[in-house]
Every structure is written in structure tokens, then in C-alpha cells.
Design a protein around this ligand. Structure first.
Ligand code: URA
Ligand code: CA
Length: 434
């Protein structure tokens, strides 16, 4: 077998065998196949596509390129949630304690933010003392104890994906449904939860810019999940505006805590209740989504979800007084207001533009090594369908970077698309695939 022939085959739209795919993944991971040949193959895959069998074989090869984590020592049906990357999306920090308070073990390995999207680990680090590098034993022990743990990746999980993803990032080969599905699902299967809910974002701030491609991606990931014996459900959700009002690390943790107190934004609350209801059914705690939702609402009202979050923070070394009093979070020292230059209804808020603006304020990473300002970010004051007059407050920004302020104000003003009232009401949850 040789890589040249495999590239030639895919160039001619032929199906690759399991042996060929194993050969490529192993060869590339072990530095036997060079970047230039792997790049050529990835480009051929982007143009010609992979069918579901090839995608399954690719997922399987990446899954077995490194450690897999056995969560069988955790009692009950373990659940996990994955979002394909949004702006202002602090769902995990609300969803985790909500379902854990209902008795569903929430075992999640999260990532850091890159580019315009945020990451759960960075957000958690804005709580002083928080340890986000649990060992596998601690991860299992905590999930058994309080039904919830969130950590960075432990062990050497899917090294093939790490290497291939880095190459795709620099060769314009990220945006293919088979490559995205196999990348996400290999990691999720390696980490071992029994049931998985996928939040597939669609819109300007997301990988998938239209509903059709989001559907294709969702179907593929759900089918892969099933082939690996994991209950998997995907929701396609809207990113035509950022989720909630807060974008930025400390700001989003405060927003998550407010939501657990029952005082959060409507869209974030709704998404958490819908995702949570599905997890409760998948986890066999409730027999219907209606019953599940009532249970979740009760956990917010009686503060059990909030207390679960405190328990989680405490167990992972964080200072719980920040949860009791969110005014303790240290925000960046410069606070500036951004005003509307137009009058009309907000039709859309370009999530990519807001994500980039927040990154430039210091809340996000330019490269893997950038140092974050956890107190930086944006609080939106207007959302889709709100009416604004010239000079009305659109958003408040927090930063330490004086030199960025004027540019970022323009970025935010440009991200707000203002005009006639939208004919259709904004639909947060577009479709369910299971
Ligand atoms: N997230 C991943 O982990 N992989 C992709 O390919 C795209 C998004
Ligand atoms: Ca938010």
C-alpha cells in the first residue's frame, strides 16, 4: 500500500477501504506520511467527499490512535454535550449542574477558546482556584460523588485528530462534514459517555453557515454515534445572534450563575431547558421531555441547580464566594458604551463580528499561546427584534486595551443589522435530528 495511490484513488472519487484509511491515519500520526501528501489527500476528500462507511472508518482509526477513557466505573448513564462552537455560549456551565442536580452524571472534557469562539475551560478559570486539570481518577471520583466534573483533556486522547486538525486549519480543509464529524466524534467516543447531545450551531458565527449543511453534519454525527453504540441526538440551533447578553469569560460565568438563579437571559435559559430535557430522557431520569422540563424548572426554583454548581466549584478547588456574590469577579478596568448610529429594529447580530470584537478586547486568543484577559468582553444591550433609536445603547465593552476601543466600537456597530422588523420571529431551535 502506498499513499500516492490512495491520493490518486480519492482524486478519482473512488471509495477508500478500511485498510487504506488505517494506513493513512497511522502513517500520518507516526510522521511516516509527510504533511504535503496528507494535505493533498485532505483536499481530495474535501472535493470528492467520504461516504458514511469511509467516515466511520476514519473516526475509528482516529479514536484508536491514542488513549480511550473507560467511564464504566461511573454509576448510571453518563451524558456529555458538545457544541460545534458559538459566541457567548455558556450553556455547559448551566446544563451540567442542572442535569447533575436531577441525578444524571455529567462528565465533560472541554476545550479552550480559539479565534472568535470561547472555551469552557477559560471561562471556569475566571473563578479563582478552579482546577481544570483533573486526573482520570479524580474525574471519575468527582462524577460519582457529585454527578458532575469538567476537565481539560486528560491523557493522550486522539493524537491523530490533533495533528490532522492542525494541518486542516492551515490548508483550507476544515469545512467538510466528514472531516468535522470524524474529528468531533472520535474525541467524544474516546472519552466514553453513554449518551451525547450535539448542539450544532448554524449562522455567521458557526462552521455551518446554512441549515442544509448543518443538517448534513448533524445526520452524519448522529449516525456515527449510533454505529459506536452511543445514544446521540443533535439539535440545530441558531447563531444569527450571540447567545444571551454576555460575551467574554468572567462575564459569561456571571451570566451562567444568574441563569442558575432563574434570572438569566430567555434564550440561554430556554436552550438549557431543551438540551437538559433531552439529557434527562436519554439518562432515563424522565420518561418524557415534558416531565423532564418540569423537573429542571423545579431545580432552578428550589436552588438545587445553583447549589450543585457551588458543590462543583468547591470540589475542583474554586472560591465559591464568587458564586454567592458575582460582583467579586474582576472585570477589566476600562468600561465604554457603544451607541447605535441608526434607527429601526435589530434584524440580526453578526455573531462572528461580536466574537472577533470580544477577542480583540482581550477575551479571546489570536494564537494558542495568547494570554487572555478574563475580565474582558461585551455585554449586549439589544437583541434581535428590539427597537433602537439613534444614540441608544447597543452594548458595553470591558477591556484593558485602550488602543482597540474605537475599532471595536465600529465592529460592534457593524455587527448590528438594523432595519425593518423581521417578518418571521427568531427561531432559536431550528431542528432536531435523532
Ligand atoms: N471541532 C472539532 O473538534 N473538529 C472539527 O473538525 C471542527 C470543529
Ligand atoms: Ca452569553
Amino acid at each position: 500500500m502506498n499513499i500516492y495511490d490512495i491520493i490518486e484513488k480519492k482524486k478519482n472519487s473512488l471509495e477508500l477501504t478500511k485498510e487504506e484509511i488505517d494506513f493513512v491515519v497511522e502513517g500520518y500520526t507516526k510522521n511516516i506520511i509527510p504533511d504535503y501528501q496528507m494535505s493533498a489527500l485532505l483536499m481530495a476528500i474535501c472535493i470528492r467527499g467520504l461516504n458514511i462507511d469511509e467516515t466511520y472508518n476514519l473516526t475509528n482509526a482516529m479514536l484508536h490512535s491514542g488513549d480511550t477513557i473507560d467511564l464504566s466505573k461511573i454509576d448510571g448513564i453518563k451524558v456529555d454535550k458538545h457544541s460545534t462552537g458559538g459566541v457567548g455560549d455558556t450553556t455547559s456551565l448551566v446544563l451540567g449542574p442542572l442535569v447533575a442536580a436531577c441525578g444524571v452524571p455529567f462528565a465533560k472534557m472541554s476545550g479552550r477558546g480559539l479565534g472568535h469562539t470561547g472555551g469552557t475551560l477559560d471561562k471556569l478559570e475566571s473563578i479563582p482556584g478552579m482546577n481544570i486539570n483533573l486526573s482520570i481518577d479524580e474525574f471519575i471520583k468527582n462524577t460519582n460523588g457529585i454527578k458532575m466534573a469538567i476537565t481539560g483533556q486528560t491523557g493522550d486522547v486522539t493524537p491523530a485528530d490533533k495533528k490532522i486538525y492542525a494541518l486542516r486549519d492551515t490548508t483550507a480543509t476544515v469545512n467538510n462534514p466528514s472531516l468535522i464529524s470524524s474529528s468531533i466524534m472520535s474525541k467524544k467516543i474516546a472519552v466514553g459517555a453513554d449518551a451525547l447531545i450535539l448542539d450544532v450551531k448554524v449562522g455567521s458565527g458557526a462552521f455551518m453557515k446554512d441549515v442544509e449543511s448543518a443538517e448534513e453534519l448533524s445526520k452524519m454525527m448522529v449516525e456515527l454515534g449510533h454505529k459506536f453504540g452511543r445514544r446521540t441526538v443533535a439539535l440545530i440551533t441558531n447563531m444569527d445572534e450571540p447567545l444571551g447578553f454576555a460575551v467574554g469569560n468572567s462575564l459569561e460565568v456571571i451570566e451562567a450563575i444568574d441563569t442558575l438563579k432563574g434570572e438569566g437571559p430567555e434564550d440561554l435559559t430556554e436552550l438549557c431547558l431543551v438540551l437538559g430535557s433531552k439529557l434527562l430522557v436519554l439518562g432515563k431520569i424522565a420518561s418524557s421531555e415534558k416531565e423532564a422540563r418540569e423537573l429542571l424548572e423545579e431545580k432552578i426554583k428550589n436552588k438545587e441547580a445553583l447549589n450543585k454548581f457551588k458543590e462543583f466549584v468547591k470540589l475542583q478547588g474554586g472560591d465559591t464566594s464568587y458564586v454567592d456574590d458575582t460582583s467579586k469577579f474582576k472585570l477589566s478596568s476600562i468600561k465604554e458604551e457603544v451607541y447605535s448610529l441608526e434607527e429601526g429594529y435589530v434584524q440580526k447580530i453578526d455573531a462572528l463580528g461580536i466574537g472577533e470584537a470580544s477577542k480583540d478586547l482581550g477575551a479571546g486568543r489570536e494564537t494558542k499561546d495568547s494570554i487572555l484577559d478574563l475580565g474582558a468582553g461585551i455585554i449586549l444591550n439589544k437583541k434581535i427584534d428590539d427597537f433602537v433609536k439613534k444614540g441608544d445603547l447597543l452594548a458595553t465593552i470591558y477591556t484593558e486595551k485602550e488602543s482597540e476601543i474605537e475599532k471595536v466600537k465600529k465592529m460592534i456597530q457593524n455587527s448590528y443589522i438594523i432595519g425593518e422588523k423581521n417578518e418571521e420571529p427568531y427561531k432559536l431551535i431550528i431542528e432536531e435530528i435523532d
